[in-house]
Design a protein around this ligand. Sequence first.
Ligand code: FA5
Length: 327
Amino acid sequence: MQNNLADLEKNTLDKLTSINNTQELSELRTQLLGRNGELTQILRSIGDLDANERKLAGQVSNALKKKLEQVLDQKNTDLVSAQLANLESLDVSLPGKYKPIGRLHPITQTLRHILDVLRRLGFTVVEGPEVELSAYNFDKLRIPENHPARDMWDTFWIDKEDESMLLRTHTSPMQIRYMETHEPPIRVAVPGRCYRYEATDMTHEWMLQQVELLAIDKGISLADLKGTLHEFARQIFGSDSEVMLRNSYFPFVEPGVELAVKFRGKWLEIMGAGMVHPEIIENAGYDSSVYTGFAAGMGIERIAMAVYEVDDIRHFYTNDLRFLSQF
Ligand code: FA5
């Protein structure tokens, strides 16, 4: 054992001379004194020796342990002082290196602000599938095949021959999915991407983000919808902004409305909304003489246009840093 200890001491001191950073030093300490370290194992094996050998072996090994610990500690102090000395030689008057700071995309900033406002108004945020069944995107929303309202939503089909699956054209399918699996009272906000096979222009993109609202309860009326939308608009656009609610048509609501905000002297439509059609309430298994509700679907890019005064929606997704770094 004495020989083992002498070898171990010599090897350790040799290794120490070539170590020049605290990471390597810490590895050496573990190799030696860690739970399965070489010296730890020797110390552990002392218990197996005869009683007369045990005492001497214990004394010698413990003395070596103490000595090596001191040597390692000293080396650590030397390395840390050397590092500090290096730092002190840093010339703070040299020009710094430019590191551009990243930030969230303006649409993400707008979406997060919208969801914060909606949470404060009592809505819980849930998400739904972007690849959707045509049954949920259209049929269950009272838009059967060949209904002219399908023309409003030109579609990317997953399989053109089959036409049972598509990239959702709006977030409204989640109204049905949520009602199928939950009981009233319901207050949900559903953010997500939607896709429309259409030509782009200053206010239309082929990929857009919407947030759907659905509230179902006893005694919800059009007044609740109006109140919610006005408060929402006040918090997003400010109390001096001008908004207009005008009538509109969507097969899944009755009556249907749309909300527009005054932007650069013109009305910009930002969402469709209305009272959930009684047939949809009944199909969900609720009694439409007891439960009523409202739904809305807003366009996030359009809201961002009005908030940040951007006159062409296409700027948001062309990834020009000169545009994006302004937000
Ligand atoms: C709908 O998508 C309905 N699902 C909204 C709805 C929900 C009505 C619940 C009633 C009840 P619409 O196609 O109008 O409706 O789109 C809603 C909003 O999405 C629009 O007001 C607009 O802000 C935005 N939007 C629609 N198409 C585009 C597009 N191509 N590019 C950018 N934004 C769009």
